[in-house]
Design a protein around this ligand. Structure first.
Ligand SMILES: CCC/C=C/C(=O)SCCNC(=O)CCNC(=O)[C@H](O)C(C)(C)COP(=O)([O-])OP(=O)([O-])OC[C@H]1O[C@@H](n2cnc3c(N)ncnc32)[C@H](O)[C@@H]1OP(=O)([O-])[O-]
Ligand SMILES: NC(=O)C1=CN([C@@H]2O[C@H](COP(=O)(O)OP(=O)(O)OC[C@H]3O[C@@H](n4cnc5c(N)ncnc54)[C@H](OP(=O)(O)O)[C@@H]3O)[C@@H](O)[C@H]2O)C=CC1
Length: 299
C-alpha cells in the first residue's frame, strides 16, 4: 500500500543510532534505514536481543549494550562509537518503557523506570551526540518517537505521558538552541502499531483493549504500519527538508483529533439517518422562522 517512495540511496553516507533498536518498531525501522543506504547502530539492554536483530538485518550493523538511563554509560558508549566508526549523522530516540497501571498504585521506582527511560534516556543520548556534533562543527538530526499523549495526556500511563511530554519540550527547545550549529530536532507521534512487548505492557488482558490499542475509533479504521513510520522517520533523518525543525508530527490516522468531545462518531450515520436529522433540524428552523416576523434569513 505505502510502497517505496524513496530512492534506495536516500540515506547513503548516514550513520544513525537507534536506541531500543533490538525489538519492535526500532528494529523494523532499522531495516528500512539499512535498505536505504544508512549505517545503523543499535542500543538496548539485552545483548542476545541486539545480536539477533543485527544478524537479521542486511549490511553491517553495530550493537552496544547500553541502559540509556545511565548518563555516564551513554557518554562512554557514544565515545566508543565515534572513535571506532566515525561520527553519527542522526539519532533515533526510540527506547521506551511503559505499562498500564492506576497511578496511585505506582511506587517511586515504577515511576522512574518508565519516565526515566523516556525522558533521561532521550536527553542523555541527544546530549551525547549533540555535544560531539558541536565540538566537531558537524550537522546532525535527532528524531524522537513520542505519542499523541504529549498533547492530550493519557490516564493510566502517566509516567509515560510525562516523559514523552518532556521530550516534546526538549525537541522544541534544542531545535532553537542548536539551530545555529546545524542540528535539527524533530519527533514523530504514531498511533497504534502493534508490537509484541508494547502490547504485553499496554493490552495484557482481555479487559485492557481500549482506544489507545484499538483500531475501531480511528477515522481511518486501521492501525498504522511500520512502513508508514519508517517512511516518515527516514524523511526526517534525510536531507530532504533541512529547514524542518522543532516539530512533532502525529501519524495516527486522525485518532487524536477524533476525540469523544467531537462529532467523529457520526461516521456511523446512514443516508437515512442524515435525512432524518435534516428533516428534524429543518422543522425546528421553520418553527423559529415563523416566530421571527419576517426577520432573519440570508442577507
Ligand atoms: C499506543 C502505544 C503507545 C506505546 C507506548 C510505549 O512506550 S510501549 C513500550 C513498551 N516497552 C517496554 O516497556 C519495554 C521496556 N520495559 C521494561 O523494561 C519493563 O517492562 C519495565 C517497564 C517494568 C521496567 O523494567 P526494569 O527492569 O527497568 O524495572 P523493574 O522490573 O525493577 O521495575 C521497576 C518498578 O516498576 C514496578 N512495576 C513493573 N511493572 C509494573 C506494573 N505493571 N504495574 C505497577 N508497577 C510495576 C516494579 O514493581 C518496580 O517497582 P518496585 O516494586 O521496585 O517499587
Ligand atoms: N507500538 C506502538 O503502537 C507505539 C509505540 N510508540 C513508541 O515507539 C517506540 C518503540 O516502541 P515498541 O517498538 O512498540 O516497543 P518495544 O518494547 O519493542 O521497544 C522498546 C525498546 O526499548 C528498549 N529499552 C527499554 N528500556 C531501555 C533502556 N533503559 N535502555 C536502552 N534501551 C531500552 C527495549 O530493549 P531492552 O528491554 O532490551 O533494553 C526495546 O528494544 C517507543 O518509544 C514507544 O513509546 C509510540 C506510539 C505507538
Amino acid at each position: 500500500m505505502t510502497g517505496r517512495p524513496f530512492a534506495p540511496d536516500l540515506l547513503a553516507g548516514k550513520r544513525i543510532l537507534i536506541t531500543g533498536g533490538g525489538t519492535g518498531l526500532g528494529r523494523a525501522v532499522a531495516r528500512h534505514l539499512v535498505e536505504h543506504g544508512a549505517q545503523v547502530h543499535l542500543w538496548g539492554r539485552r545483548p542476545a536481543v541486539l545480536d539477533e536483530a543485527a544478524a537479521s538485518l542486511p549490511g553491517s550493523v553495530h550493537t552496544q549494550v547500553v541502559d540509556v538511563r545511565d548518563g555516564e554509560r551513554v557518554d562512554e558508549a557514544m565515545g566508543e562509537l565515534w572513535d571506532e566508526h566515525g561520527p553519527l549523522t542522526g539519532v533515533l530516540n526510540n527506547a521506551a518503557a511503559n505499562f498500564i497501571a492506576p497511578t496511585e498504585s505506582l511506587s517511586p521506582r515504577a515511576f522512574d523506570a518508565v519516565s526515566g527511560t523516556v525522558m533521561k534516556g532521550s536527553f542523555h543520548t541527544t546530549h551525547g551526540a549533540g555535544r560531539r556534533w558541536i565540538a566537531a562543527r558537524l550537522p546532525g538530526s535527532v528524531v524522537s518517537t513520542l505519542t499523541t499523549w504529549v498533547w492530550t495526556g493519557s490516564a493510566y500511563v502517566v509516567p509515560s505521558a510525562m516523559g514523552k511530554a518532556a521530550v516534546h519540550a526538549m525537541t522544541m527547545s534544542l531545535a532553537v538552541e542548536w539551530a545555529r550549529h546545524g542540528i535539527r530536532l524533530n519527533a514523530v507521534a504514531p498511533g497504534p502499531i502493534p508490537t509484541e512487548y508494547a502490547w504485553q505492557m499496554l493490552n495484557p488482558t482481555g479487559k485492557s483493549g481500549v482506544g489507545a490499542t484499538q483500531a475501531d475509533q480511528i477515522p481511518m479504521g486501521r492501525m498504522g504500519t511500520v512502513e508508514e513510520l519508517a517512511n516518515l522517520t527516514m524523511f526526517l533523518l534525510s536531507d530532504a527538508c533541512p529547514y524542518l525543525t522543532g516539530q512533532t508530527i502525529a501519524m495516527d490516522g486522525g485518532q487524536m483529533l477524533a476525540g469523544p468531545g467531537t462529532f467523529a462518531g457520526l461516521a456511523e450515520m446512514t443516508d437515512q439517518d442524515w435525512a432524518d436529522a435534516r428533516a428534524k433540524s429543518e422543522a425546528a428552523t421553520a418553527a423559529s422562522k415563523a416566530q421571527r416576523g419576517g426577520l432573519g434569513g440570508p442577507h
